[in-house]
Design a protein around this ligand. Structure first.
Ligand code: MEV
Length: 450
């Protein structure tokens, strides 16, 4: 096979034709499949085509909701986009559990975002540090046009510091800036400012008399926001009296506390477990981040850096039991926005924001953290009590039944049969085969078979 030149310039039809002919035994079937997933409304399809490059079709993800989330005394139904079964069910179950115990309480600790100009400069570091007050003034004045709108909304550039890292890499310095981007995720705003900083820095060094000839040269390495935003932080917690935990379950309050707190300690000290533990949290977080049109890769990258901030990867959630009160909480950096980007473009993202009552960025950070905490509570609770497979197997069974094209009646019969048995594809297929051998009338008398 030969590489293709100018693929991006081809029309959508020509791209599909090339792909289908190159990679598929049945090019017509490949085309059929791709076109099957196009939106029937051409305008909507065009919108989706233009989100990225080389678009061929759409890729569906399930959009579900978790109702009954009481957060800071307000009730939410939360949109979740995720392909993994049981996640929405777990979030909903947790929400219902905490609904009667005061709900989730959250606060945004800070919303600072960070950007850096990385540069190489071989001069007198002390001279450069002494120049910083003057340079800072020039940087702020030189970006006044870019920041005008943001400043009008209460945001802008909060600080600009010179960082000397030349002990780690010869001549390596940074302009390390913090930004307040209000309801915007702010990536474009931050990067535009940083690129302007670089131009101003270059000009300032070249023209200021205090720098010797050799110091007038600077190499700008890159200007880019950091996705590590440890200060764009939200805390969310749930708490209740210790005697409210067991709730008629198969264990006592004391047993539950012992099992649950030990699991959190293990996720705090053991990175293998911590990774899976935090993955469960991100099941909840990512699904809300996606449904609300935010950048889940940015949120993921930051969450995991934050989980390893003391040098060891640890649980993002913590638990305490003091004075008869069980308290379970999460501190998580979430750089999220409610304006700009997909929020004004994607029809389903707009729907999510309306469903949530048009939250501002801080409210959305709290909602998202609550789903992460809920998810983790449900996962750890079932892991240390019933085990995770019980819930998963229900969905696994349904997936197998769908693969085997079971009718509604067959599904009901199979679910009942497997309620106390181990589910495997083979066992389900055999049961179904036997079932299908029975006359329809004997499967469910009086009902029409689907
Ligand atoms: C599965 O997607 C997530 C869990 O593994 C999380 C956990 O173990 O805490 C259930």
């Amino acid at each position: 096979m030969q590489p293709i030149k100018g693929f991006s310039k081809l029309s959508k039809a020509a791209k599909i034709e090339w792909i289908s002919n190159q990679y598929f035994k049945d090019p017509e079937a490949a085309y059929e499949l791709l076109s099957h997933y196009w939106h029937t409304d051409e305008q909507v399809q065009k919108l989706h085509d233009e989100f990225i490059e080389n678009t061929l079709t759409n890729f569906y993800m399930p959009y579900g909701v978790a109702p009954n989330f009481l957060l800071n005394d307000k009730l939410y139904t939360i949109p979740m986009v995720i392909e993994e079964s049981s996640v929405v069910a777990a979030a909903s179950k947790s929400a219902a559990f905490w609904l009667n115990r005061g709900g989730f309480k959250a606060e945004v600790i800070s919303t600072k975002k960070i950007g850096q100009v990385h540069f190489i400069w071989n001069g007198d570091a002390e001279k450069l540090a002494a120049f910083m007050p003057e340079l800072r003034k020039q940087l702020l004045e030189g970006t006044a046009d870019i920041t005008a709108n943001m400043r009008a909304r209460g945001g802008g550039i909060s600080s600009i510091e010179l960082v000397n890292k030349s002990d780690l890499e010869p001549g390596y310095f940074q302009l390390h800036a913090t930004f307040e981007t209000k309801d915007a995720m702010g990536a474009n705003f931050i990067n535009s400012n940083l690129e302007e900083f670089a131009r101003i820095l270059r000009r300032a060094l070249a023209t200021d008399d205090r720098f010797a000839e050799a110091e007038k040269e600077v190499t700008i390495v890159m200007c880019i926001l950091s996705n590590y935003t440890p200060e764009c932080l939200v805390r969310c917690e749930v708490s209740c009296a210790v005697d409210q935990l067991a709730d008629g379950d198969d264990y006592t309050n004391e047993e539950f506390i012992e099992k649950f707190t030990r699991a959190i300690r293990i996720a705090t000290i053991e990175p293998y477990r911590a990774t899976t533990h935090n993955k469960g949290i991100m099941n909840g977080i990512d699904s809300v981040v996606l449904a609300t049109g935010n950048d889940f890769r940015a949120v993921e990258a930051c969450a995991h850096s934050y989980a390893a901030r003391d040098g060891q990867y640890r649980s993002l959630t913590k638990v305490s039991v003091e004075n008869g009160i069980f308290r379970f909480w999460i501190d998580i950096p979430l750089a999220m926005g409610t304006v700009g980007g997909l929020t004004t473009l994607h029809p389903m993202v707009k729907f999510s924001h309306e469903l949530l009552g048009h939250p501002n960025a801080e409210e959305l950070m709290m909602i998202t953290a609550a789903v992460g905490l809920a998810q983790n509570f449900a996962a750890v609770k079932s892991l240390v009590t019933t085990g995770i497979q019980k819930g998963h197997m229900k969905m696994h069974l349904l997936n197998i039944l769908n693969q085997l094209e079971a009718t509604d009646m067959e599904k009901e019969r199979t679910k009942t049969y497997f309620s106390d048995k181990v589910v495997s594809f083979q066992a389900v297929a055999e049961f179904l085969k036997k079932l299908r051998g029975e006359p329809a009338v004997q499967i469910l008398p009086g009902k029409k078979q689907a």
